[in-house]
Design a protein around this ligand. Sequence first.
Ligand SMILES: [Zn+2]
Length: 283
Amino acid sequence: MKRAMAGACLAIVLAGRVIAQSDPTWRQPFDPIRIVGNVYYVGTRGLSSFLIVTPAGGILIDSGEAESVPFIRANIDRLGFRMSEIRLLLAGHAHFDHIGGHAEMQRLTGARTVAMEADRQAMETGVDRSALGAQGWAPIRIDRVVKDGDAVSLGGTTLTAHLTPGHTQGCTTWTTDVMQDGRRYHVALVCSVTVNEGVHLVGNARVPAIAEHYARAFRVLHDLRPDVFVAEHGAVFGLEAKAEKARDLEKGQPNPFVDPQGYQKFVTRSEETYLTQLRAEKK
Ligand SMILES: [Zn+2]
């Protein structure tokens, strides 16, 4: 039995079958916080969800696991925003801990759901088709399918979909530009790039091209150069420490979520972890 590293989808592998195991922080509340401009964190302590507020309604990115929905809903309420104003539902990747709440969110909001082409079938059928092959979720109605480079717009905010595969085949990093206090910030909502415990990069029967997928993801991520980055688990981008700083921020002090060096370190470190595993498997 092996336990996954922190920050990844936690799973235990028992007799070759993956059984999801949730990290306790996934089901702990976390006060919503403004990341930058019109981008807000509305997830639980351990599972990210982001609300982008526009004059034409909201965009929700990631719905956590099925159990996250009441937490996300409470955070959206606390921001004074209405669930019925959410127009678009986006995802980072098709794993139960990031889209498990999608079907319920669709029911609560009536939002149009967007999926990256390579994760579409998994989302629609509720079956994890990635190399992890963990538990599924309630099937999701997909209203729009996007591919690498496509843009999704609402109320003056445009998000660009970047295919950063590996963790799942359709793992999607979303980028956007937002304004705050007269400055423009380039923001990346980064898809998971960890290799889940028990997943092999060489000779992977479920996803034969998985190593090339990750290589592509890192090439794309190296080119993004965001001012602000967030990810699908708070630990990856230092959510708790940055939120604590941001909550006591006095006027004029720099926003702790603006962290271009932190982004470069995150990409370099994640790529090194992937390359170390790849080299070890090739031996
Ligand atoms: Zn995942």
